[in-house]
Write a protein that binds this ligand. Sequence first.
Ligand code: PLP
Length: 365
Amino acid sequence: MTLLSIQPGIMGISPYVAGESEIKGVKQVIKLSSNEGALGPSPDAIKAYKNVSHSLHLYPDGNCTELRKAIAKTFSLDIERIICSSGSDEIISLLCQAFAGPGDEVLHTEHGFLMYPISAKACGATPVSAFEVSLTANVDSLLESVTNKTRILFIANPNNPTGTYLPISELQRLRERLRDDILMVIDSAYAEYVSEHDYSAGAAMVEERENVVMTRTFSKIFGLGGIRLGWAYMPPKIIDIMHRIRNPFNVSAAAQAAGTGAVLDLAFTKKAQQHNLKWLSWTREQVKELGLSAPNSVGNFLLLCFDNMPRQTSELADLFLKNEGIIVRGMDNYGLPQSLRITIGTELEMRTVIECLKRFLAQNM
Ligand SMILES: Cc1ncc(COP(=O)(O)O)c(C=O)c1O
């Protein structure tokens, strides 16, 4: 091993494993492993991206002014509280760097997004997981898991990979009972897909409190995962801290242009929302008819649970789908080895995956 001294926590990290995108020997795969937007990027985003190609020699605007203006306009938010990043992963990591270190705890839910424990460990802090009830975050369990060492609480709402969510009343209850010296991070990566009336992405809570942050992404409904673009809504004091530690040009000119085009293209976002609602509910019905269970997801993905079937059924199903050119996401890393997560793709992709699952179950049950 190296003689160089490594910062505490780092060697305890299992590197993040991204959704696979290739199958050996298969030219055209159906990729349903990373919750990327089914319709791809908006035509306005593509146009804006192409338009910057002639000025790629210039450094980007380090303040993302036009992009922040566009986000503020679309979501009716205060531009001074908006910060942009290279994916929301970057914000998660910067928050840990700023607010947690050796001896501190970073709290998250049992099946929460894996970047929370990874980012916590990267800065020497200890990740702590709070149990969920019926694959859903539980406010009481989170509160009971708070100790005097807790510095940050991450909650994805809706959660990836379960797709379940907490109503805004529960998030408010959590915030009210949380100590003021704990940062509450509401990760609303899938907010644009949610149509439930008791849901809110959390912006108002950011405006009311000094210890609440909301993170968002362009990688899902806006179909810009490849460009790495995220943003967050934060109290001014936290924004100030982020500006001190982020890279000065953390968002490329291409990402700023494409993001601005995407977030202003409301018609495209609406089309993507409607597409998801239709095919999420269709897929869920089909899955139930196949005898599999799936939590009530409000995101652009569904967690297929093979719980009542012989062990390894999900693994075999994963292999079967791969042989058919379909990539979904195994859930071992999330402590859900009997499950597979599938992204809601195009109509053809959803019909194909369901037809393949039908054949698999007919052969194996
Ligand atoms: C809950 C959640 N938060 C954050 C992210 C990271 O998104 P980004 O591509 O913006 O880094 C993801 C990506 O899958 C996610 O599921």
